[in-house]
Write a protein that binds this ligand. Structure first.
Ligand code: NAD
Length: 480
């Protein structure tokens, strides 16, 4: 069985206190690897290495960083099959989700490489005679990245590549449930020739390692993706040291289906939006709001589609729905569904599980007084909600603590634009699923879904400090 070590200062190091955890395959419940856990001495070593490495790294030219990122993209491409099979083993994702994660991460590396040459400043018109007024963007310094379990490769990779592109150093704390995804990235960057200390990866407990890294004065920024409850704790910790934060958190993203929609397309869009990666997606279309004239027919067709999806071993190429990351999540979902049905909701299909495999579930007649209406299930469960018209659909969509992504299915462009402007979310997709991500687009949410935007130049803006510099040509006349 393979044993994975910590990546600190360009070396593979053991847990300073000899703590080694099992990495468990969620589909089988079997341990397939072991992973060293970072403790205080390791954390201190990583903080020191990243700080020291930053002194030179921040001064490297754009082509050095660009070449390195392109090399990492090449290596990732060559190691594609191996990475996909480890992602399936570690996170229980199906082949398509593993493939997507590698493909996206390669694209993200290339996009980050392109950004290296575009970290520009401005020239600002000044009223002061002879004053040249400019801005520059400088690396922010040491960034701590904290990643979740669900799309672990992408959500670590897309933070590291932009941080490196902008001249920062990075310490990654991967999820305890998917640490190998982060360690694989360290292997790739090491192979690509990244100088020691620029990237460090520390698997271990979120509450201990995470807090220690956030509190340390050498850390200048925290980039977090995970649940809203953890993100809020991190925001409080970070505020004590006035650290910059970037938070990508939970969602209960609405997909609005208006009465003129092509029903088959609407069903397929909703089905992909919720059942992709067994619903363990922050921007999953977990609330589908449908106008009354097509409501019943839509519900029946969506239930038929859900019932047809194959559940089981994620290694089987026909499987659509693999296991949830842990069996306890199934009990949590059962309890949400029970509470909703007690209040009048109907389960049209699904609603049960075998071990960690939850059946694709369609629950209809969901109303705002039910817990499931505004609480993540993080499983293959879609709530269908009835709206009498598009105005009520928007009001129902906005009746949520979250604001990540939204979708609208209609051919009525005027209504679509009115909804796109009025929906309280960071992203709105017309005639498509809520599940969309592109390496150059600004990904992120509002309300309890997040702070900041991730992707391409938007990440670079977040991970750099804007500095104003002036040069006075000739002498200025002061009043005294
Ligand atoms: P989680 O909040 O349980 O854990 C996320 C990370 O935070 C893990 O690495 C964990 O070890 C660490 N952590 C836990 N407690 C911590 C603490 N006190 N201090 C510092 N770090 C701590 O989330 P999860 O279960 O791994 O992921 C699922 C959640 O992530 C869902 O809510 C989902 O919506 C969200 N998510 C959001 C996005 C997005 O882009 N908005 C993307 C993917 C997942």
């Amino acid at each position: 069985m393979k044993e994975y070590k910590l990546f600190i200062n360009g070396e593979w190091q053991e847990s300073a206190d000899g703590i080694i955890a099992d990495d468990v395959n969620p589909a089988t419940g079997e341990t397939f690897a072991t992973v060293h856990q970072a403790t205080e001495k390791n954390i201190e070593a990583a903080l020191t290495a990243a700080t020291e490495a930053g002194k030179d790294w921040r001064n490297t030219g754009p082509t050095t960083r660009e070449r390195l990122l392109l090399k990492a993209a090449e290596i990732m491409d060559e190691r594609r099959d191996e990475i996909i099979s480890l992602l399936i083993e570690e996170s229980g994702c199906v082949f398509g989700t593993g493939w997507y994660q590698v493909e996206y991460s390669i694209d993200s590396l290339r996009s980050a490489a392109g950004e290296c040459r575009r970290i520009n400043g401005d020239t600002i018109p000044s009223d002061v005679p002879g004053l040249l007024s400019i801005t520059t963007r400088q690396p922010i310094g040491l960034i701590v990245g904290i990643a979740p379990f669900n799309v672990p490769f992408v959500l670590a990779s897309n933070k590291i590549d932009k941080a490196i592109a902008a001249g920062n150093t990075f310490i990654l704390k991967p999820s305890n449930e998917t640490p190998i995804s982060g360690l694989l990235l360290a292997e790739i960057y090491q192979q690509a020739g990244l100088p020691a200390g620029v990237l460090n990866v520390l698997p271990g407990s979120g509450s201990t390692i995470g807090s220690r890294l956030i509190q340390d004065p050498r850390t200048r920024m925290i980039m977090f993706t995970g649940s809203t409850s953890t993100g809020k704790k991190i925001a409080v910790e970070a505020a004590k040291g006035l650290k910059k934060i970037h938070l990508e958190m939970g969602g209960k993203s609405p997909l609005l289906i208006l009465r003129d929609a092509d029903l088959e397309y609407a069903v397929n869009t909703a089905s992909f939006g919720i059942f992709n990666h067994q619903g363990q997606v922050c921007m999953a279309s977990s609330r589908v709001i449908v106008e009354t004239p097509i409501y019943e027919e839509f519900c029946t067709k969506l239930a038929d589609k859900a019932a047809s999806l194959k559940v089981g071993n994620p290694k089987d190429p026909d499987t659509i729905i693999g296991p949830l990351i842990r069996s306890q999540q199934c009990e949590f979902i059962n309890q949400q569904i029970q509470q909703a049905t007690d209040k009048g909701a109907r389960v049209l299909t699904g609603g049960s599980h075998e071990g960690p495999f939850y059946q694709p579930t369609v629950i209809v007649d969901v109303t705002p007084d039910m817990q499931i209406y505004d609480e993540e299930s993080f499983g293959p469960v879609v709530c269908v909600i009835r709206a009498k018209d598009s105005d009520q659909a928007m009001q129902l969509a906005n009746n949520s603590s979250f604001g990540l992504s939204a979708g609208v299915i209609t051919n009525d462009l005027n209504k679509a634009m009115k909804l796109a402007n009025g929906l309280e979310s960071g992203m709105v997709h017309i005639n498509a699923t809520t599940v969309q991500c592109e390496t150059n687009a600004p990904f992120g949410g509002i309300k309890d879904s997040g702070v900041g935007r991730e992707g391409g130049r938007y990440s670079i803006d977040e991970m750099t400090e804007l500095k104003w510099i002036t040069i006075q040509q000739g002498q200025r006349q002061y009043p005294f």
